[in-house]
Write a protein that binds this ligand. Structure first.
Ligand code: BGC
Length: 281
């Protein structure tokens, strides 16, 4: 079963990956200041390290204990980068305004938000308690709204031509039994992103979605530990392998960079072809 919260899937501190910056001439985000929600686990942690490797200063959001986030900060700063740990529950308005104020103050502004925090926990419709529905919508969708609103306010106030990257899912498109709340949140995220992309583009702020497929992270630990279930997922991927966190993190760094300056309001699927309906013949 999937982990119920992103914090529950936090990378154990002793397994925080080594960090080394990319060569300066290969860095895409030098001088950029980023905030990544759910930054201390799974895909979020990979994104933080990749953005930092590209020269960005990174505010690493965590929900529970700060140990992993602090360890990541130490690794990044130990290699000459800039990072800080920022506590926030993305579904709480007050937390969000405090966290963005902290990031803006300590980094001197904000150029990039990655709306990554999310959770999943399966229930078939007839069994789903309202609280389970509400929690997923609150974190995945309302959290993305609160953070995007705060980021856009900050960027506009500072006259920054920034980027908002939403970490969506193949399930903004593929229906998933037992995860109707999750699919509703990701489908909602898609039209939310497209609508604010239209609002913000005239201000020079780009909004883009990156949609991972099946990625080997703590959120999928139970499926990965079961060869039968893991094989069934693999059969849904034309490329024939689970994705790595780095597959997603590299895509995020690129869409966030000036190289993607004309990419607006679209979803980049990073899924090995999962959205191509491989079992349909
Ligand atoms: C979910 C994963 C799942 C993948 C493909 C993602 O959005 O977080 O748990 O493996 O979609 O179904």
């Amino acid at each position: 079963m999937a982990e119920p919260t992103s914090a529950a899937g936090a990378v154990p501190v002793d397994s925080v990956p080594e960090f080394s910056p990319h060569p300066v001439e290969a860095q895409l985000l030098r001088g950029r200041r980023a905030l990544v929600t759910g930054g201390d686990s799974g895909i979020g942690a990979g994104i933080c390290l990749e953005l930092a490797a590209h020269g960005a200063a990174v505010a690493i959001n965590h929900l529970g204990g700060a140990d992993t986030a602090r360890e990541m900060v130490a690794r990044i700063e130990g290699s000459g980068g800039r990072a800080l740990a920022v506590p926030m529950d993305v579904s709480r308005e007050q937390d969000v305004s405090q966290a963005f104020a902290q990031a803006r103050r300590e980094l001197g502004g904000l150029d990039l938000l990655v709306n990554n925090a999310g959770l999943e926990h399966p229930y078939e419709l007839t069994e789903m308690p309202l609280e389970a529905w509400q929690k997923v919508i609150d974190v995945n969708l309302t959290g993305a709204f609160l953070c995007a609103r705060e980021a856009a306010r900050t960027m506009r106030a500072d006259g920054v031509r920034g980027v908002i990257v939403n970490i969506s899912s193949v399930h903004e498109q593929i229906p998933w039994i037992g995860f109707s709340h999750y699919c509703a949140s990701k489908g909602g995220m898609k039209l939310f992103a497209q609508s604010i992309a239209r609002e913000l583009a005239p201000h020079g702020i780009r909004v883009v979605a990156v949609a991972p497929g099946a990625i080997a992270t703590p959120i999928n630990a139970d499926v990965l530990a079961d060869p039968k279930k893991s094989g069934e997922v693999q059969a849904e991927i034309p490329l024939g392998r689970w994705g790595e966190v780095s597959d997603v993190a590299r895509a995020v760094a690129w869409v966030a960079s000036e190289q993607a300056d004309y990419v607006v309001g679209t979803t980049l699927f990073v899924d090995g072809g999962m959205t191509l309906y491989p079992r349909f013949v």
